[in-house]
Design a protein. Structure first.
Length: 337
């Protein structure tokens, strides 16, 4: 079977998001702010955001490439990583929403030859024209997206941005970076069978949660359904209902292969995997600069996403060896929350 490591470029292979910085440094900061807001609020697709951000860039390509080489080198160890992955039988490829014209010089200087899929840009003096090279409508997200470019076989996907989300959801293993850590609201925790109030259709992200035991050890695991309200302003779109349960299993009793299945009013809507996450590393990261106390919870990555769950609906998350965590959505009126 084919095995591939698929890497995002900006902010993943490089330390900084070069595409973002060029749009700000060489483009029009006002246009940049406006379209980024459109992206955050779900009004603008990424393709339009990037096209509009680069339209005010008029600098010669040479000048921008020099700037890029100075400001956005690849991460230390990248060449070693590519060599080691290939040595272990993995293909390595980069999929980027950025441009060949800006990425190739950086990879060449780092001495790394890697299969690259990216957009292209025509650096015209009256404004850069983006030549978009991704398929038009993704079956999963409806946007022009990286998912269709995932190779067949086993995929490890590494990325940090908006354009990585859909592709990452299709990967066998996903590693977030350390900046993705966030705290959640303990008052939002509810148990099995809870009513989940909302003024709109909800989304559910099935996860596994680890329960911290004595001295920061991983004491047990349970199913965790994170509810989201799409369209509500960030961060009020999340952290209002975190379902946990129905039981906690000890680490030695946790199944090696963990499947999650989500049923909505009895219909199967999503199947995914919850194993393969580096829990000890996540615990160490969470413990940095603080103290983990018995009963604290750590949430793992989501095994996909179920969207458009209407009010008055029974939702069940089954996780191997843990059981069924149910919840029922309940209609409320819109209110400023
Ligand atoms: Mg990125
Ligand atoms: Zn997609």
């Amino acid at each position: 079977m084919n095995r591939s490591v698929v890497l995002d470029y900006d902010g993943t292979v490089t330390e900084f998001d070069l595409l973002d910085r060029i749009a700000r440094e060489f483009g029009d900061p006002e246009v940049y702010d406006e379209v980024e807001r459109g992206l955050d609020e779900g009004r603008l697709p990424l393709r339009e955001v990037i096209t509009r951000e680069f339209a005010p860039v008029t600098a010669p390509l040479d000048e921008v490439v020099s700037w890029v080489l100075e400001h956005s080198p690849v991460r230390p160890g990248f060449a070693d990583f590519v060599g080691a992955a290939r040595g272990a039988g993995w293909d390595v490829r980069i999929v980027s929403s950025g441009f060949h014209e800006l990425i190739e010089p950086v990879l060449a200087r780092a001495g790394v030859e890697v299969d690259l899929h990216a957009n292209r840009v025509d650096p015209r003096p009256d404004g850069w024209r983006v030549e978009w090279r991704y398929p038009d409508e993704c079956d999963a997200c409806g946007e022009s997206c990286k998912r269709a470019l995932l190779p067949p076989g086993e995929v490890v996907y590494v990325g940090d941005g908006y354009s990585d989300r859909c592709a990452a959801l299709a990967a066998d293993r996903v590693f977030d970076d350390e900046t993705s850590f966030e705290f959640a609201n303990p008052a939002a925790v509810v148990g099995p069978g809870a009513a989940i109030a909302s003024d709109r259709p909800l989304e559910l992200l099935p996860r596994l949660a680890a329960v911290v035991g004595l001295d920061g050890a991983l004491g047990g695991f349970t199913a965790f359904a994170e509810w989201r309200r799409p369209g509500a302003p960030v961060p009020k779109d999340r952290d209002f209902a975190l379902s946990l349960g129905p039981v906690v299993v000890t680490p030695d009793a946790l199944a090696a292969e963990l499947t999650s299945v989500v049923h909505v009013d009895g219909d199967e809507r999503l199947q995914g995997r919850l194993d393969g996450f580096a829990w000890s590393a996540a615990r160490d990261l969470a413990a940095r600069g603080t103290v983990l106390r018995p009963g604290d919870l750590l949430a793992g990555p989501a095994a996909g996403r179920v969207d458009a769950i209407p009010p008055e609906t029974l939702v069940e998350l089954d996780v191997t060896g843990i059981g069924t965590l149910s919840g029922r959505t309940r209609q409320t009126t819109a209110r400023g929350t």
